[in-house]
Write a new protein. Sequence first.
Length: 654
Amino acid sequence: MVPSALLRLDSFPLTANAKVDRKALPAPDSRAELRPFEPPRTPTEEKLAALWAEVLRVDKVGIHDDFFELGGHSLLATQLVARVRAEFAVELPLRALFEAPTLERLAIKVEQSSQATAMPALRLAPRTGALPLSFAQQRLWFLDRLQPGTATYNMPTALRLEGVLDVSALELAFTELVRRHESLRTTFGEENGSPVQLIHAAKPFVLPMVDLSGREDGETEALRLAREEAERPFNIASGPLLRAHLFKLGDSRHVLLLTMHHIVSDGWSMGVLEREMAALYEAFHAGQPSPLPELPLQYADVAVWQRQWLQGEALEAQLAWWRKHLEGAPRALELPTDFPRPSVQSFRGASVPVHLPRHLSDALRAFCQKEGVTPFMALLGAFQALLSRYCGQQDLLVGSPIAGRRFAELEGLIGFFVNTLALRSRLEEGLSFRQLVARVREATLGAYAHQDVPFEKLVESLASSRSLERSPLFQVFFALQNAPLGPTAETNLSIQSLAGLEPAIAKFELELDLWDSPEGFTGSLVYNTDLFLPATAERLSHLYVCFLETLLDAPEQSIHRLPLLSEKELHAVLVGFNRAQSSFPGESTLVDVFSRVVAEHGGSVALEFGAQRLTYSQLDARANQLAHLLIARGVRPDAPVALALERSVELIVS
C-alpha cells in the first residue's frame, strides 16, 4: 500500500502549458493528514473494486490497495479470477494478480487482456439418459471396486450443539439439504461395463438419535460411538452417501456426527453443508421457509461438462505443460522409513500436531509480503527443503490439493471438485530459501494455469508403470486449508467443531496439513504407521518448525548448509544424549567391550530382524568371518570400507 505520507503525482501529470488555479487549493494545514491522491475511477476499476470487496469481504477497496495485503491468498485469487471471467468475458491468468496485485494495476491488465475464455460455459445437462461420472469420481469408483468395504474415503465431522435443540427443525433442514443437492441423493451403478450416476428422488430425512443424557460418561461414549460410525464403510451402489447421527448428552447438549463419502463431497463441500444446515435450521425453527436460493447447477451437470470439454485438443494442450513440468522427475521420494515397505500400500495412519508459534507465523507473513508470494508457497518450500535434506534428493515431487471450482456458480455446490497437483522442485547445492520460494511460486502458478487436467488423466498419461506399494507420481502431500468453513447463520444454538474424530487413515506416506489461526499456523503431520514410528513423526514435525525458523532467519544462505536445528535446540539434544549415568573404561575400544559381552553373555540374543535371531556368539563369529574376508582382499587397519546395504542382519554384522 502507498504510505499515507506520500502524494501520488503521476496520476495528474502537469505539462509545460498547464495552469494551476492556486486559489482553488486548500490552505496549508500542518495538522491535516496527508492521504494518497485517488483520481476518479474508471468503469473497470469500479467493477473490479466491487468484485474485490465481495471476495475479500471488505467494505471499501482503494485503487492503491494490495490484494494480498487485504488478506487475499491463492484460493481467493481463484475466486476473483472466476468473477473477472464472468464480468469481463476474459480469461485472466492467476499470474496476472501476482504481477499486478493492486486494484489500479490489475484494472490495466484486464483492459489490456484480449484472451477470451477458452472454457465452454457451464449449462444444465439433460436428464434423459445415464449420466457419467467425473474423472475424479471414476477413480474413486474404481478404487472402491478394487478394495470394497473400506472407510478410506469417509469424510466425518462432529459438531457440538449447545442450546435447546429443535430436532424436527434439524430433520427438516437435512431434508431440504438433500433435496437441494442432487449429489446427496446419488448412487453409483454400472451400465454396459461403465459406471453411471443414479440420482434418486428426494424423500424425508430421518435423523437417528442416541440418548446418553443419563450417563456420567456420556460425552466419552458419544465420541466412541461417533468414531465407530465414522469408520463404517459406505456402499456407493446402494447409498445413502450422507449419514447423520445425533447423540443427546443433556437437554441442551448434543453432538451431531456427519459423514459423507468423498465421491460426493470434499473439504469445501463440508463447509457448504454446515453453513446451509445452520441457515435452514434457523428458518425452520422460526417457522419460516428456506432462505436459500435455488442452485443454478448440480454436480452431474459439471461431470457432463467436464467429459465434453476435456478431450482431444483441449486436454492435450494442458497435458503438454505437465509433460514438460514432470519430464525426468524421479519415480519416488525415497523416504528413510522405520519399517520395510509393504508390498501392497496400506492406509493405516496416525498423526502428530504441528504448530508454528505466533512470532514465527508473523515472520513468515512478513517474508511473503516482501517476496510477493503466498504463505502456501513459503510453507511448501520449507517442507520441500526439509524433505530434500531428510532424503538426500535434490529433485522431488509433492502433491497438493486445489479447490477445482473455477466458476462462481460452483462455490455453493456439494460435490467432489477438488483436484490434485503434482508440484516439482529442484534443490541443487547452493540454492537459497529465497531462490527456492521463487521457484515454488513459478511452479505453483504454472500448475494453477493448467489445473483442469484431472489427476486421474495425469497419472494415466505420465505414470509409465504402476506399483501397488506406492501412490503414483508422489508419496508426500502438503495442504494449507483455507476453504470457507463453519456455520455463519445466527441460530439459537452454539455450533462448534469437535476434535478427536479424525480417522486413522494415511492416504500418503506423509501428509502435512496446516491452517491459519489467530495463534499462528497450526495443523498435523499424518504418517503411515506401517512405515514410521510415532517418534519419527514427532521428530519430523519438530524439525519442520525449527528448520522454517532457520530458513527465515537466513533466506540468502544455502538450504543445504543451514542446520536443521537451531543452536539452542542442538545444544538441548546433545546434552540429552550425553547424560550418561555410567562410566566407561577410557582405555578400552569398542571391540574390547564387545568381546567381554560375548564372553559373559554369548548365548543371549544380540540381534533380531524379522524372524532372524543371532546370539552374541553368532554375531561375533559372523563379524570375524567378514573381517578375515576383507583382510584377504587387502584391507588394512584404518582403510575405509564403504557399505551399501538395506536395513538387515548383514548391516549390523558389517
